[in-house]
Design a protein around this ligand. Sequence first.
Ligand code: KIV
Ligand code: ZN
Length: 422
Amino acid sequence: ITGVVKLPDRTPTKHDIATGRDPDRVKIFDTTLRDGEQSPGASLTADEKMVIARQLAKLGVDVIEAGFPIASEGDFTAVREIAKSVGNRDNPPIICGLARALEKDISRCYEAVKHAAFPRIHTFIATSDLHMAYKLKKTREEVVEITKETVTYARSLCEDVEFSAEDAIRSDPDFLCEVFSAAIEAGATTINVPDTVGYTTPSEFASLIRYLRRNVRGIDDVTISVHGHDDLGMAVANFLSAVENGARQMECTINGIGERAGNASLEEVVMALHVRRQFYNARMGKDNKVDAPLTNIVHKEIHHTSRMVSNLTGMLVQPNKAIVGANAFAHESGIHQDGVLKHRQTYEIMDAQSIGLSENSIVLGKHSGRHAFRTRLVNMGYEVTDEELERAFRRFKELADIKKEVSEADLQSLVNDEVRLV
Ligand code: KIV
Ligand code: ZN
């Protein structure tokens, strides 16, 4: 492996020490309850947010961005209650709130998160010429000044301050370095590089992270974070490329929900880092720990968390969605079913059980073969002779030609007069 990017040894944070977290791992910052909730139609009540926050803590995320406290009284209360309860459980995650680079936002945010054992203020300002001219109506100099003042103020309230340069990807890289340097000097402990409009590509993101690491003053003393949207379907690939180049926090959402095409999906980045951990450990120069976990996520909680978020937000998960889609572990074609029944890894790169599903599923349809058909009958309690199997299989194929998927109930009525129940 060439071009390995080794970071200086990371100093454990107070949160790492208190919760026994390995400072070398990639932090998972979950923003389902903030950016995810910004999906059209996905708003959540305070109670629903609490239920999800508890589950996120069980899932092992390092940071929960619980909301945008100045946005509404309801969001303020939800963040405060999550900070009080989830932020003080055993092994608590950091509880974070979002704030524009305005004193009133930052004060309100701190009022909500301060109840957590490990509170964080996340403040942001846009740095692209487009956003500064049309949205903020501010000059570059003014944006640098505001960054210094607001980060200093946030830091006077809270030890843990994250600063985001909104629309970083479309910002002038040298100006971005100036703003991040100012934020670090003012006390930011994490600097976040958002691809606000889902515009970047994996190699471009990699180059930007490398450029920041060379040109931002004090960058080795803070965590580099990435945040990305999926407008071009590249958010997850962009994150993985950023991690290879030195990013150590990824901001994502369950099921990838979020503004427009959504955010980078947590389950995808986490499972990519897990399934390909040897590759990523090697890329990060950890040759002596090639099998070491790269995140703190409890993989078995992934499926349940996905179902919960889908049910509570009403945002359905597409069947072919990686990791958590209904078809992610389903096999229909005869060749694939036969292969998987002989040796799972022929067509599976991860175990369904590893994300908390009870098993993979063999879907019986017109592409299925005898091997899968016989296995299903045996699992249903039928004992079949070769002759019975042939007859039942012929009838099954006729039915599969007219129905997309043949259910167990269909199978039962189809084979009852052909085979004996044991
Ligand atoms: O997409 C974005 O830029 C954001 C920031 C507030 C981090 O959500
Ligand atoms: Zn965002």
